[in-house]
Design a protein around this ligand. Structure first.
Ligand SMILES: Cc1cc2nc3c(=O)[nH]c(=O)nc-3n(C[C@H](O)[C@H](O)[C@H](O)COP(=O)(O)OP(=O)(O)OC[C@H]3O[C@@H](n4cnc5c(N)ncnc54)[C@H](O)[C@@H]3O)c2cc1C
Length: 483
């Protein structure tokens, strides 16, 4: 009997029978996240109903030395929730209670399986909302958002998840339940936990900041003949001191995909569109709108549409929000890449992506958060054509190289997961990675929490041996322990 089988037999003692899934067919439901290229059938799936049950499962994993992986809604795009065949997948879908809404203090306490949008829906009538808005907000969980430090179109002005989480109750990899708060003295452990992709423990309760709904919102769509003119408009808007709530750009191929999928009716002949949203006090929005409209026209916009109602606003956003899925209409398969560059480097990086398209005969549709330089190139390929998937993979990696060369990063908001772990050494030195591993080891010395994610060549704690031979320098210096 394997350790996993022994552990599975004991799970029934801490969880109700319907909360332990071992049926091979049902297990396959959980074999991948939104990045379907990586698949593994989990050894066992559990559906805990609260923090105590999560902690009990994690403690049992510790006793048996079995790895565990947390999963929210499984919409991640970097394989972060990819299960282990020899491990336990802890799914938070039953932990969906909104525990407390505290309007006077502008915060809500929620369980990790609550969807991002459900938080806004719970407080909308009182004039509040939860600001970070991933395009997957209808389905992705707040626990997954915390683990990925997720962003969204409106994070340019309002900041990422890390700026909206006030506290988190976490189950540590030892099975303890502890509270991390932004108000804690000493090191910012809450900050370290946010974006740690399930490697430092499992969030079992999250306190989020609620934002006051703005007095006025104006959304405009500006159409340009090419992406350079759109990019120029973005730079000019920011240079004018305007910080829109969102500035999103789509290139011609992304527009073509959106039209095919949702008939968004963006202006005919557009080589690029900008979606600009301004929000705040009415007088300020009106003043800024005049500036943005003028800048777009001066930069070559041949058509500008302004949403006159909530329906028209939704219509403008429809094309952008559906862009990822829409690409499925014009290509049998595609890779959603995620990288970020300084805003000023955008034209050079986009030109570099164009060169890659030509060199490899692979089409790339660009959809991006132009305001903060967060690119989402969609690398299209036909998996029935021999060699095309491999070429798309190379293009996807070269795009990340371009981001690094231009002072950016290999992930803007989708995390590293299993997919980009191999790119980490292109961005960080061995010493950098060792330092990050020390943080991980402080939380999880046995390396049972989501192993194999984020780090390429683990060398410390309970991780598999890496490429270096001999004693690790940090171990020699007495700064770390090798288990
Ligand atoms: C169509 C589409 C659009 C998207 N748009 C955006 C976007 O605009 N911005 C953006 O940032 N992302 C976007 N994403 C990516 C994805 O939705 C986010 O990364 C999201 O935060 C993942 O949440 P999830 O609940 O699905 O997490 P999962 O995919 O289930 O898990 C993601 C990671 O979080 C960990 N995890 C999950 N729950 C917990 C927990 N309670 N405690 C600790 N770790 C946990 C997992 O182990 C894994 O490493 C998009 C995805 C899709 C499919």
């Amino acid at each position: 009997m394997s350790e996993l089988e022994r552990l599975t037999a004991r799970l029934a003692a801490v969880l109700p029978p319907d909360a332990v899934i071992t049926d091979p067919v049902r297990l396959r439901t959980y074999e991948c996240d939104g990045l379907t290229v990586h698949r593994a059938t989990p050894g066992v799936v559990v559906l805990p109903d609260g923090a105590e049950q999560v902690a009990a499962v994690v403690r049992l994993c510790g006793e048996h030395g079995v790895p565990f992986v947390a999963r929210g809604s499984g919409t991640g795009l970097s394989g972060g929730a990819l299960p282990r065949t020899d491990g336990v997948l802890i799914v938070t879908s039953r932990m969906r209670r909104i525990v407390e809404i505290d309007i006077p203090n502008r915060r809500a306490v929620v369980e990790p399986g609550v969807t991002n949008l459900a938080i806004t829906e719970a407080v909308r009538d009182q004039g509040y909302y939860y600001a970070p808005d991933p395009s997957s907000q209808q389905v992705c969980s707040i626990g997954g958002n915390v683990a990925e430090n997720s962003g969204g179109a409106h994070c340019l002005k309002y900041g990422f998840t890390v700026n909206h989480v006030l506290a988190a109750e976490i189950v540590t990899p030892d099975g303890d339940i502890v509270e991390l708060s932004a108000m804690d003295a000493g090191y910012d452990l809450l900050g370290a936990f946010i974006g740690s992709e399930g490697t430092l423990g499992i969030a079992s309760k999250i306190t989020v900041r609620l934002s006051r709904a703005p007095e006025a919102v104006t959304t405009l769509l500006a159409a340009f003949t090419g992406i350079e003119a759109g990019g120029q408009a973005v730079s000019a808007i920011i240079a004018a001191g305007v910080v829109p709530a969102a500035i999103e750009m789509m290139d011609a191929l992304a527009i073509e995909a959106a039209e095919a999928a949702v008939d968004c009716r963006y202006p005919a002949g557009a080589g690029a569109v900008l979606v600009v949203e301004l929000d705040g006090p009415r007088a300020e929005v009106e003043h800024q709108f005049a500036a943005v409209e003028r800048i777009c026209r001066d930069s070559g916009a041949f058509e500008i549409r302004v949403a006159a109602s909530a329906e028209e606003r939704a219509a403008i956003w429809k094309g952008r929000k559906s862009a990822f899925a829409a690409v499925g209409r014009i290509s049998p398969a595609y890779i959603v890449q995620d990288g970020v560059v300084p805003r000023t480097a955008l034209p050079r990086v986009l030109a570099g992506i164009d060169r890659l398209q030509e060199e490899f005969g692979i089409r790339v549709a660009n959809v991006f958060h132009a305001g903060d330089g967060n690119l989402h190139p969609l690398v299209l390929f036909d998996d029935s054509v021999p060699g095309e998937a491999e070429r798309a993979e190379i293009v996807s990696g070269r795009i990340l190289d371009l981001c690094i060369e231009h002072g950016g990063s290999i992930t803007g908001e989708h995390g590293v997961g299993v997919d980009k772990a191999r790119y980490m050494p292109r961005m960080f030195t061995g010493d950098d990675l060792d330092t990050m591993q020390l943080v991980r080891c402080a939380f999880d010395p046995r390396g049972l929490a989501n192993p194999g994610k984020v780090f390429p060549t683990p060398r410390l704690c309970g991780e598999a041996p890496g490429v270096r031979k001999g004693a690790h320098p940090l171990v020699e210096a007495g700064l770390a322990e090798q288990f």
